[in-house]
Design a protein around this ligand. Structure first.
Ligand SMILES: O=c1ccn([C@@H]2O[C@H](COP(=O)(O)OP(=O)(O)O[C@H]3O[C@H](CO)[C@@H](O)[C@H](O)[C@H]3O)[C@@H](O)[C@H]2O)c(=O)[nH]1
Ligand SMILES: [Mn+2]
Length: 741
């Protein structure tokens, strides 16, 4: 193996490095001039200074905060890389390591069962030796409908898997396969066409059976009184029911991976730690059933779009040069339902097409929720850790002997051979009592204490010496459903902001906890990641209100057009937006994508970054409890139509809508007032920047103006909201005049 061809290669993006570092240098010089200008005026003799201090200080503080978060972000652009893999060079199938796939679902109403089962089926159909593949679904809803779905999915998989293997089907998520044109696999032979028709009918039977049970109220012959928040643990290895299916497999090609349903115990009196809690239960249960050294983690809406992802991931995990410290291989989150316009930037282009490449250049990206192949061992220990004795192991991992045995590398559990033993042990591991007084969620497994368990866990893995890689091949390996309306986008954003800021404000703050353990550049990235909501909402609120109030009152906050420092402000503005534009254009985006991303950045900063940050602060002060409302995955036809047309859907909670509309009203007032000053009082030299800020905010947020004044459809902004916003903006004016001016 020593001289074998490499399994993967890494490309360093030299041109981007030159562009990024030169830009960072020039931009920081301009910022230094700005700071000099502001500071020298601030420390002027108060008698000669001709401006009110508070608005001035707030605007300066905002500029400093934005500059600081920008500076942290430079680390993302320091050393971007990308990777190519050669799965054809992997060892033979019998030498590949086993994999456990862990999928989470929480709510059959917000996460349609058929969609969840499509994810399960696509994972079962991965191009990997079936005896080395084990698929586990965690059902936090404890729903009999989901269990029924699993049994039906197993039956369908009996036909689906052999079909995919025989005809080399590339899209192995049945829903995606049957909705696409018919050119996938089979070379168009008549045998293939007949088989395809047959399997399509079976898929329909499968969907109908789930729909029927849903209509009956979700309970297939079930009368247990259980709710999503209150239920015992239920674990079932899905197996063939002789009476229930038609073809018993006889040949190798029809072999099936193991499929296990897990619903952990939940009680209202006990915190269940949301997805992190669910993943930890899956880890324990799978430890005593299959104990594979690698695990693929998937959200229930993230199906495998390319069956080769497991082999691609193994190109890294099996490379002995990097594998000792390699914790996981992360694939990007890509989405199957993004419209051409992507008005909400639901695809998170910048994260997965720009930032993560840079993250990868420095020891690898953070865990990104879903679509990653992780080494089981990394969630149990640091890279270097001495062996613990039995007592210490029990204190960390809990009292299950079977689990302790599974900690030994390559341990093959055998509880599965005794049905009763298996049930007893796994139910114990999935019970609420199990984690009591152990290190689960604190040092072992996915970490609690943040609703963005992915970022927190990923950061701590890195601090324990683990690395990762980012693999972004041309064909998306996984496809999920992105948010397609404003309300879902902002609710999800609020949860993310809250989880991230929670980490930033904890004792694990990356800017303090990071530097002794990881490089400065990496600490900067993790710092950016956990502070950006806090550092965006404050400056953006200031920029949307203070220059405007001052403009109305004739107070100038920026250098005159004739002042040499005017050029510095213009330069910083142009340099920031053109760098962003360059990144968008070089990653396949358009001018329109740039505008959308800028607009969504403003909208999110004003709303969800504010709410999320406040939520995190309140949680830290013990005034609020953590909550996790799963993102809605059910499509509403009418709303989907608006999205496809590229029209904003303002059927959004007032909590999000009112601040945005109020700020637009305020900016309209100040723009009109400013124009008046410029035209009639000849104030343009003094007031140009402030008039421009209002103008820029208005054109960037034109959809809001359109929603208030022009649109008549269902997605418009209702007049009651506009009225409320007028009152709110009058409030801002009133407070501003009292306290600021
Ligand atoms: O109590 C819970 C809540 C959620 N989930 C599951 O967690 C996953 C992610 O939830 P979702 O509602 O889709 O949240 P998103 O905001 O879309 O998820 C993103 O953000 C999360 C962190 O907030 C990451 O965990 C995800 O991987 C990432 O895709 C889904 O499969 C849920 O079923 C649970 O299992 N139990
Ligand atoms: Mn999701």
């Amino acid at each position: 193996m020593e001289d074998a061809l490499p399994l993967h290669i890494r490309h360093v993006h030299k041109l981007s490095i030159v562009i990024n570092r030169s830009h960072a240098l020039i931009h920081s010089i301009a910022i230094a001039f700005l700071i000099y200008y502001r500071a020298s005026l601030l420390f002027q003799d108060p008698k000669t200074s001709a401006f009110p201090t508070l608005p001035w200080v707030l605007v300066f503080a905002s500029e400093l905060l934005l500059s600081f978060i920008w500076l942290l972000g430079v680390a993302y652009r320091w050393r971007p890389v990308s990777r190519t893999v050669f799965p054809e060079r992997l060892p033979d199938d019998d030498k590949l390591p086993p994999i456990d796939v862990l999928i989470c679902t929480a709510d059959p109403d917000r996460e349609p069962t058929v969609e969840v089962m499509n994810t399960v089926l696509s994972a079962m159909a991965l191009d990997y030796p079936p005896e080395k593949l084990h698929v586990y679904l965690s059902d936090d809803g404890g729903s009999p409908l989901t269990l029924h779905g699993m049994r039906q999915a197993w039956r369908f998989a009996r036909g689906w898997l052999p079909f995919c293997r025989r005809y080399g089907i590339a899209t192995r998520c049945p829903q995606a396969y049957f909705s696409a044109p018919e050119d996938d696999g089979g070379c168009g032979s008549s045998e293939f066409t007949t088989e395809r028709q047959k399997i399509k009918e079976r898929y329909k039977v499968f969907k109908d059976s789930i729909a029927k049970v849903r209509e009956r109220g979700g309970t297939a012959n079930d009368n247990r009184r259980i709710t999503a928040r209150d239920h015992p643990s239920v674990i079932e290895v899905i197996q063939d029911d002789q009476a229930n299916y038609d073809t018993v497999p006889t040949v190798d090609q029809d072999k099936m991976p193991l499929l296990v349903y897990v619903s952990r115990e939940k009680r209202p009196s006990h915190p269940h730690h949301f997805k992190a809690g669910a993943l930890n239960v899956l880890q324990r249960v799978s430890s005593v059933i299959s104990n594979s050294p690698y695990m693929l983690v998937l959200d229930c809406d993230m199906f495998c779009n390319d069956p080769t992802s497991a082999r691609q991931a193994m190109c890294f995990h099996l490379d002995s040069n990097i594998s000792p410290s390699l914790a996981f291989v992360q694939f990007p989150q890509r989405f199957h339902n993004i419209s051409k316009n992507d008005i909400y930037d639901s695809q998170l282009r910048s994260v997965f097409s720009t930032l993560w490449q840079g993250f990868d250049g420095l020891n690898g990206p953070v865990v990104s929720g879903t679509g990653f192949y992780i080494k089981r061992e990394s969630l149990r220990r640091s890279v270097i850790q001495e062996d613990l004795n039995l007592e210490e192991l029990k204190q960390s991992f809990g009292s299950s002997n079977e689990l302790i045995k599974s900690l030994r590398l390559n341990h093959k559990p055998n509880v599965i051979n005794s049905r009763d033993g298996l049930l007893k042990e796994t139910r114990f591991l999935a019970s609420i009592a199990y984690e009591h007084d152990t290190k689960w969620g604190k040092e072992v497994g996915f970490l609690y204490d943040s609703v963005t368990e992915d970022v927190f866990t990923g950061f701590m893995l890195r601090c324990k010496g683990w690395t990762s890689v980012y693999c972004d091949p041309l064909r998306p390996q996984f496809l999920g459903s992105g948010t397609t309306n404003l309300n879902d986008l902002l609710s999800q954003g609020t949860r993310w902001s809250s989880g991230l800021v929670e980490v930033g404000l904890s004792k694990f703050c990356p800017l303090i906890y990071g530097p002794p353990r990881i490089s400065l550049l990496e600490s900067m990235i993790y710092g950016e990641l956990t502070f950006f909501p806090l550092f965006y909402f404050f400056p953006l609120w200031c920029f949307a209100t203070i220059p405007q109030l001052c403009l109305l009152d004739g107070i100038t906050l920026y250098p005159k057009v004739s002042n040499p420092y005017f050029v510095i402000f213009v330069f910083i503005f142009l340099s920031a937006i053109s760098k962003h534009l360059q990144e968008v254009l070089t990653t396949g985006g358009s001018f329109q994508s740039w505008r959308n991303e800028q607009r969504i950045w403003m909208m999110k900063s004003i709303t969800n970054h504010l709410y999320g940050s406040l939520d995190a602060i309140m949680k830290r002060m013990g005034m609020r409890e953590a909550s996790f409302l799963p993102t809605n995955k059910v499509e509403d036809d009418e709303r989907a139509k608006l999205y496809q047309m590229g029209k904003f859907d303002f059927q959004t909670s007032n909590m999000f809508l009112v601040p945005m509309v109020a700020l637009i009203i305020l900016n309209m007032a100040s723009f009109i007032g400013g124009l008046f000053r410029v035209i009639f009082l000849g104030d343009w030299d003094r007031m140009f920047v402030q008039v421009f800020i209002s103008f820029y905010i208005l054109i960037m947020n034109f959809p809001i103006i359109e929603g208030v004044m022009i649109r008549k459809d269902k997605g418009r902004i209702r007049s009651s909201v506009t009225l409320l916003s007028v009152v709110f903006s009058c409030g801002i004016l009133f407070l501003g005049f009292i306290f600021l001016l």
